[in-house]
Design a protein around this ligand. Structure first.
Ligand code: HMG
Ligand code: MG
Length: 303
């Protein structure tokens, strides 16, 4: 348990992709800068997807270019070769492809079947290998699908294995609608761990039903050491009805540091980053730790 945990910060991408308030490129850059200053050196900063599908991510090329001088590793989503072309033109060094364990979400999110999505990713990963670009792979709906309901761990393991065999260096398991509970999360990781080494798995648990920290704890006990989270508990996918925020980075950091697990994150600076984006969105952060610290320090985000 005492090994360090690596946090992959999702705020600027997953956190903002579902927000009604448009956040300018300048403000997105400032958010990334604040996160990096807090010690979150691995950060997903944008998505090269259809601007009709996700207008919030328009300008991801400018965000990526502007932050690339900062000390860190900046990830962007790409769903196909068109997205890859744009990401590379903007200087991407790490791209993330995203598949689903369930057919219903795959169709709603990226307008193709799971098998078709894997076919689309093959040329992306092959080109990335040739270009020296790292590829991360997501599997969504690992603990339930808003369209298909229950998702079997074996179905997740199959897709995770396919992404691993393609050459993704890490497979992030998304509880997209936050329906998992610790026993199911544990079972999932045991099943997927037979196909992909635990050291190469990440947990991307949304907190819709308030279970994310408990699920992460179960995953840590299983040996997973990479956690995706978003400052302020922002996040959600417009194609997953009812899905709300990612687990909040400050809640994760508080839990881990309290357990003696190093994160390298400065809580005060993280709180500043969370408050900064909360002011832009016009509402206080939903995370428990940000709420508690703001109350204690008398500096709630002014809206
Ligand atoms: P499609 O309609 O099947 O694609 O969409 P198409 O190839 O038929 O093209 C249709 C139009 O999109 C064309 O433009 C293309 O040029 C354009 P038009 O001729 O109509 O003007 N297009 C693109 N434009 C920019 N960048 C591209 C691109 N590709 C095509 N890369 C597509 C397929 C995947 C593009 C679309 O469905 C899409 O963009 N979906 C967005 C999906 C998305 O971003 N979802 C949220 C992120 S995933 C997530 O949040 C889950 C995660 O957090 C993990 C978890 O929580 O589980 C990762
Ligand atoms: Mg997500």
């Amino acid at each position: 348990m005492s090994d360090g945990v690596h946090i992959v910060e999702m705020g600027p991408r997953d956190g903002l992709q579902n927000e009604k308030v448009a956040i300018s490129v300048e403000d997105r850059v400032a958010f990334v800068e604040a996160l990096v200053a807090a010690g979150l050196h691995t950060c997903e900063v944008g998505a090269f997807v259809s601007p009709k599908a996700i207008p919030q991510m328009v300008g991801s090329d400018q965000v990526l270019r502007t932050v690339s001088h900062l000390p860190g590793e900046f990830h962007v989503l790409v769903p196909n070769e068109k997205g890859y072309d744009a990401a590379i033109a903007a200087g991407a060094k790490v791209v993330s492809v995203f598949a689903s364990a369930s057919e219903g979400f795959s169709r709603a999110n990226i307008n193709c079947s799971v098998a078709e999505s894997i076919e689309r990713f093959k040329p992306v990963v092959a080109r990335a290998k040739a270009d020296g670009v790292k590829v991360r792979g997501y599997v969504s709906c690992v603990l339930g699908c808003p369209f298909d309901g229950e998702v079997k761990p074996e179905a997740v393991a199959r897709v995770a294995r396919q992404l691993w065999d393609l050459g993704c260096y890490e497979i992030s398991l998304g509880d997209t609608i936050g329906v998992g509970t610790p026993t199911k999360a544990r079972q999932l990781l045991r099943t997927v761990g037979k196909e992909v080494p635990l050291a190469n798995l990440a947990m991307h648990f949304h907190d819709t039903y308030g279970q994310a920290l408990a699920n992460l704890y179960a995953g840590l006990e299983e040996g997973v050491r990479v956690i995706d989270s978003a400052a302020g508990g922002l996040g959600g996918c417009p194609y997953a009805p009812g899905a709300t925020g990612n687990v909040a980075t400050e809640d994760v950091v508080y839990m881990l540091e309290g357990m003696g697990i190093a994160t390298g994150v400065d809580m005060q600076r993280l709180l500043a980053a969370t408050n900064q984006v909360s002011r832009l969105l016009g509402r206080p952060p939903v995370s428990r730790v940000a709420t508690a610290l703001n109350a204690k320090q008398g500096k709630a985000a002014r809206t």
